[in-house]
Design a binder for this molecule. Structure first.
Ligand code: PAF
Length: 281
């Protein structure tokens, strides 16, 4: 695996691959890699691409009081994992490369970001959209892979790629879960033993809710009861909502496939998860 740190090296690597008639798959990450990230890289390799993984802890997507300073940075361990997996390039851009002096541009995707995490994490999706636009422009991959745990982020990125004529194909990869159902996340490592034991209740709640909604239950009443159940178990619920899978607008009556979304805190750890709810199921 080749480590690259500058945009110049990144572009040269991609040009060299193209000259050999090869295609490029790209997996942007913030590091602290787990099997969810590995699934993205594996998908890229299965799709026959030479694979570039980036690690950049993007300061612009963390709000005031969020975990930017304590976000896990374990670059050496990440590099070992990627190398073992057979990833071709690790791109590690510096903050000065991404945001040089005078940087003054922000990418904002309207609509989708009015809901769910967009309501409570002020500026988060602008930070994500800005850095992902830059990364997609820098790498100019054929395909870029994003985890469906961050479903709203995935929709934001699909929208910006479409709107800004970015030709990289944006692909979502299903959530990877622990055996007890907890969605893999770099933030899971913040959980103490007690909270880790409680955390799978988020996914269990979503699955029960989905079944009850499909069975024709009253959506608002079910959401209220489920929120109460999580709160009783020590979660501070940010939101628990049924929403359109593409626009993220709230869905009150199930008429077409939608998704259930949850964000909740256990101690200082904010967890998110989502499941599809399909009336045709
Ligand atoms: O999902 C992430 O890890 C980040 O939000 C991303 C897409 C790498 C942008 O910083």
């Amino acid at each position: 695996m080749q480590k690259i740190t500058s945009l110049k090296e990144c572009r040269a690597a991609v040009v060299a691959l193209r000259q050999q008639g090869l295609t490029v798959g790209f997996v942007p990450t913030m590091g602290a890699l787990h099997d969810g990230h590995m699934a993205l890289a594996q998908q890229s390799m299965r799709d026959g691409h030479k694979t570039i993984v980036s690690i950049f802890v993007n300061p612009k997507q963390f709000g005031v009081g969020e975990d930017f300073s304590r976000y896990p940075r374990v670059e050496d361990a990440d590099a070992v994992l990627l190398e073992q997996m057979g990833v071709d390039f690790l791109y590690l851009p510096a903050v000065t490369q991404m945001y040089p002096d005078g940087f003054a541009t922000q990418v904002r995707v309207q609509g989708i970001t009015d809901y769910l995490c967009g309501k409570t994490r002020v500026g988060h999706f602008e930070g994500v959209a800005t850095v992902v636009t830059k990364l997609l422009n820098q790498v100019q991959a054929d395909t870029a892979y994003f985890g469906e745990k961050d479903w709203q982020q995935f929709q934001v990125i699909k929208r910006l790629a479409l709107d800004l004529d970015i030709s990289t194909h944006i692909v979502g990869v299903p959530i990877v879960r622990e055996e007890d159902g907890l969605a893999l996340s770099s933030r899971n490592r913040y959980l103490n033993a007690t909270d880790r034991a409680k955390a799978p209740l988020l996914y269990i709640t979503l699955c029960h809710l989905a079944d009850e909604i499909v069975a024709g239950g009253d959506v608002a009443a079910l959401l209220k009861t489920a929120t109460h159940g999580l709160t009783e178990n020590g979660f501070v619920v940010d939101y628990l909502e049924l929403a359109d899978a593409t626009t993220l607008e709230p869905v009150h009556n199930m008429q077409k496939p939608a998704r259930l979304f949850v964000a909740a805190r256990l101690g200082n750890t904010r967890l998110i998860d989502n499941v599809g709810v399909d009336i045709a199921e």
